[in-house]
Ligand binder design. Structure first.
Ligand SMILES: [Zn+2]
Length: 249
């Protein structure tokens, strides 16, 4: 038999806060109530849950009636330790489940917000050039969002060619990219933004970039219409974007 490390299980007291007891009890009771309503007589935990809900209700009432938080809390903990009929374990299980779902939803929202920031960056920058391309900005403006770091970058067409530093990974990504558009493959705003990311993250090789972590949004100047508009694809860039699993939004 192997030695198991001794891990102390959390006590009831560990799970009951020392302040804000009434609010905590209300929250726990509300959570249980949501599940209780869906239970049938066949549900073995039903009685235990109902009992715990009643005890939580009593805890809230005790506070309202002037019992100190410390003694109301102590009485509740004693009750759970001595009289619980399975409701407490059920509560802990469901609370963990709800917390996990909430954490996942929050992570998803954060992820979506980062992706959306690619568009916000591009639109924010192009708004500075209401008259379109000129000496400081090219025909295309790009926003790049990195879900690994949460950071964003911008790029403009033509800037990479004149950049102080052209990252070796960017140069490598462009190798073998056929020119299928009217402009050279290194002229794009996407290349400028990606170059900035590679420098900022001190990337040393392509494999350090995970798929579906980079999101590009491009805005292009429509000379005829005299306005910026979203552009879905550049067939030059799509080749190297594919190499790193980057996406367009
Ligand atoms: Zn391009």
């Amino acid at each position: 038999m192997t030695d198991q490390p001794h891990v102390a299980l959390p006590t009831v007291g560990d799970r009951v806060p020392t302040t804000g007891i009434k609010e905590w009890a209300f929250g726990a009771r509300t959570l249980l109530d949501g599940f209780f309503r869906k239970m049938t007589i066949l549900n073995m935990e039903k009685d235990g849950v109902e009992l715990l809900m009643k005890r939580l209700s009593r805890l809230e009432l005790a506070i309202i009636e002037g019992t100190s938080e410390a003694s109301a809390r102590a009485a509740f903990i004693d009750w759970v330790e001595e009289n619980d009929g399975g409701g407490w374990t059920y509560y802990l299980t469901k609370k963990a489940e709800v917390d996990r779902q909430e954490a996942e939803a929050q992570a998803k929202r954060r992820h979506e917000m980062i992706i959306a920031s690619a568009r916000e960056e591009a639109v924010g920058l192009r708004k500075k050039y209401p008259g379109g391309k000129g000496a400081t900005v090219g025909t295309v403006i790009v926003g790049l969002a990195d879900t690994t770091t949460g950071k964003t970058y911008t790029g403009t067409s033509g800037a990479y060619v004149h950049a102080d530093k052209r990252h070796s990974v960017m140069e490598a990504l462009l190798v073998g990219v056929p020119q299928v558009e009217d402009w050279p493959v290194n002229a794009c705003a996407e290349v400028d933004a990606m170059n900035k990311l590679l420098i900022a993250r001190e990337i040393t090789k392509k494999s350090e970039i995970q798929v579906e972590t980079l999101y590009f949004h491009a805005e292009t100047w429509n000379g005829k219409a005299g306005k910026w508009q979203a552009r879905s694809a550049c067939k030059n860039c799509d080749v190297w974007l594919k190499k790193i699993g980057a996406c367009r939004i």
